[in-house]
Design a binder for this molecule. Structure first.
Ligand SMILES: Nc1ncnc2c1ncn2[C@@H]1O[C@H](COP(=O)(O)OP(=O)(O)OP(=O)(O)O)[C@@H](O)[C@H]1O
Ligand SMILES: [Mg+2]
Length: 413
């Protein structure tokens, strides 16, 4: 298909974080030319302690964020890919086996694969759970032959193991209502930390083993990838706000002032060079002088606590030992100076800050913070590829049809 046949398409992601609500737009000129156009953000309102507290406040917050983005990029946005944060998601592991034939064996077709994966999915979810992602872990043919893709193999029984990322239906309904009230449709629902992996990890990393850590304001999610799939998801009830609260209580300051101080002066570990530096801050109309060492002392016990939890969570994942491609950090919490080095020392693996791997971005310095929202928009685009055109821009209907005919033949003859 000629590239000229593609009209520019825009996809919008919406990430309602505990602290910031972000919307981001990507432009797809053609499958080889994708660009991050812009991101716009506002403080989150109407959503607190992981639930919708006030529908109209949240609607207003969503509306002003998307309108702000619309104005910035000069396009009208009607539909968004909504990100569900780690506070709402759970990872369900499920497995099942189906018989294929009474006697002997048969060639496994895609309808057999569909049957077993559908069954595993039904068995692995509760009535009040919405499935955001289904991640195939493994197939087994007969009792013990494991296969990555069993299509075309001979077998009598077919088993499937899956991980499903699910979220509570009612919570999703509430947030959907707020977004619809704001005047937008939800085209897709994704777990935002998970879809970030598609734009910040490359295929080699996912194949050889790596960890993606999203440090938000209230929660941290830890995802281990190997053999191109998510193998383990852990959540830690700890985020950047824990450091802020620690500064607020140790130095007797408001949360907002502590947040500013943290972003400008805090660091994980000891930065001896700056320890004696004095900082003048205005705390409730009174000016006070602080030493930078006081900020480090307020933050560092929490850093140690955080490192212990991260190390424990990674060690709890099966297969964490041989992660050849180390750790990538995303989320605003990852921006604290010194944290990358501290996590590396604690986990004994190379650690880096996430960046955009798949397409061009011109002007963004705070990539770790916005990767999730860009991942949402990018995954909305990827969804459209599934049935239409492949990643090289070729229509794949002919291949699908010929595979179907082959399968029908194998099924009945
Ligand atoms: N430069 C910085 N230094 C230290 N911390 C920072 C910095 N910039 C942002 N943060 C922290 O990052 C956190 C916000 O990160 P992010 O925007 O990813 O969270 P969120 O998406 O709103 O939260 P969640 O994912 O938990 O819902 C806050 O705790 C903020 O203080
Ligand atoms: Mg977040």
């Amino acid at each position: 298909m000629s590239l000229k046949m593609f009209k520019d398409k825009y996809y919008c992601g919406l990430d309602i974080g505990s602290q910031r609500t972000r919307a981001g737009v990507i432009r797809v000129k053609n499958p080889m030319e994708i660009e991050l156009v812009d991101v716009f953000e506002n403080p989150t309102h109407g959503f607190k302690d992981d639930s919708v507290k006030d529908l109209s406040e949240l609607s207003e917050c969503v509306h002003s964020t998307i309108e702000g983005l619309s104005e910035k990029v000069g396009i009208r946005i009607r539909e968004v890919a909504l990100g569900i944060g780690s506070y709402w998601v759970d990872a369900n592991e499920t497995s099942t086996v189906i018989p294929l034939i009474d006697k002997g064996s048969k060639v496994i077709t895609s309808s057999d694969i569909r049957n077993v994966t559908d069954q595993a999915r039904i068995l692995g979810t509760k009535m009040d759970e919405e499935i955001l992602h289904t991640i195939c872990q493994e197939f087994t043919v007969d009792d013990n032959r494991s296969a990555i893709n069993p299509l075309g193999l001979y077998g009598r029984k077919l088993g499937n193991q899956q991980m499903m990322i699910v979220a509570d239906v009612n919570r999703i309904r509430n947030i959907t209502k707020a977004i619809n009230h704001a005047g937008y449709d939800i085209g897709n629902l994704f777990f935002n930390s998970f879809v970030a992996s598609d734009i910040t990890l490359d295929e080699e990393e996912k194949k050889n083993g790596c960890v993606l850590i999203d440090i938000g304001s209230r929660m941290t999610s830890i995802m281990l990838f190997r053999d191109k799939a998510l193998r383990c998801l852990k959540k830690i009830n700890f985020g950047g706000d824990n450091f802020t609260r620690s500064i607020a209580s140790e130095l007797k300051m408001t949360f907002d002032l502590s947040e500013e101080i943290k972003k400008s002066y805090a660091a994980a570990g000891n930065y001896d060079l700056y320890e004696d530096e004095e900082i003048l801050v205005k705390n409730e109309s009174v000016y006070i002088t602080l030493k930078r060492a006081q900020i480090y002392s307020a933050v560092n016990p929490q850093v140690d606590n955080f490192l212990e939890q991260i190390t424990g969570a990674i060690n709890d994942c099966v297969g964490y030992q041989n992660l050849n491609c180390g750790i990538t950090l995303i989320g605003g919490g990852a921006l604290m100076p010194g944290l990358i080095e501290k996590i590396g020392e604690s986990v004994k693996m190379p650690v880096k800050l996430g960046k955009l791997n798949v397409f061009s971005q011109k002007k963004f310095s705070n990539l770790a913070e916005i990767i999730s929202v860009v991942g949402l928009a990018y995954n909305a685009y990827l969804k459209t590829l599934k049935y239409g055109v492949d990643a090289k821009g070729h229509s794949n209907w002919a291949k699908i049809l010929s595979n179907k005919i082959k399968e029908l033949y194998l099924e009945y003859f």
